[in-house]
Design a protein around this ligand. Structure first.
Ligand code: CO
Length: 149
């Protein structure tokens, strides 16, 4: 019994949370510590669309601890986040930014929001990133997204 508990504790401390996505959907939580609870998502390649739901499980308001999910190619993420900082009026996402595959609205504590990806327009060989575009959040609040088996 003791040995089993030790093994579980080690697993919890070292494993990167990878969501075993089924139903072509994933729910990710954001909190008041500027963290997503899931840092890697794999989309089953059988999915035609994929829905990502963000739940802000904190209590802080949108103006001080806003969270969203913005999906881009990994190679575009930094530039999209930088441009987003200047776009306060549009939830810190540059309007009509072609590099953004999809994004949720910006939310505060207790709220949730979703986006839907068109998986047919995504490439299995490309690495994607999801991040929060609230100023200063993208370096901590980000995860990898790819199409898997
Ligand atoms: Co945020």
């Amino acid at each position: 019994m003791k040995k089993t508990l030790t093994a579980l504790a080690l697993f919890a401390a070292t494993a990167t949370p990878v969501l075993a996505a089924d139903n072509c959907a994933a729910t990710i939580e954001g909190n008041d510590k500027m963290q997503y609870n899931i840092k890697a998502v794999e989309i089953p390649k059988s999915c035609k669309t994929f829905t990502m739901t963000l739940k802000h499980v904190g209590k802080m308001p949108k103006v001080s601890m806003g969270h969203n999910i913005v999906v881009t190619k990994a190679s575009d993420a930094k530039a999209v986040a930088t441009d987003g900082i200047k776009a306060k009026a549009t939830d810190y996402v540059k309007p009509d930014d072609a590099r953004v595959l999809a994004h949720t609205k910006m939310i505060g504590g207790g709220e949730s929001a979703s986006l839907t990806l068109d998986v047919s327009k995504m490439d299995a060989g490309t690495e994607y990133t999801y991040f929060c575009s609230f100023p200063g959040h993208a370096t901590a609040m980000k995860g990898t997204l790819k199409i898997g088996g």
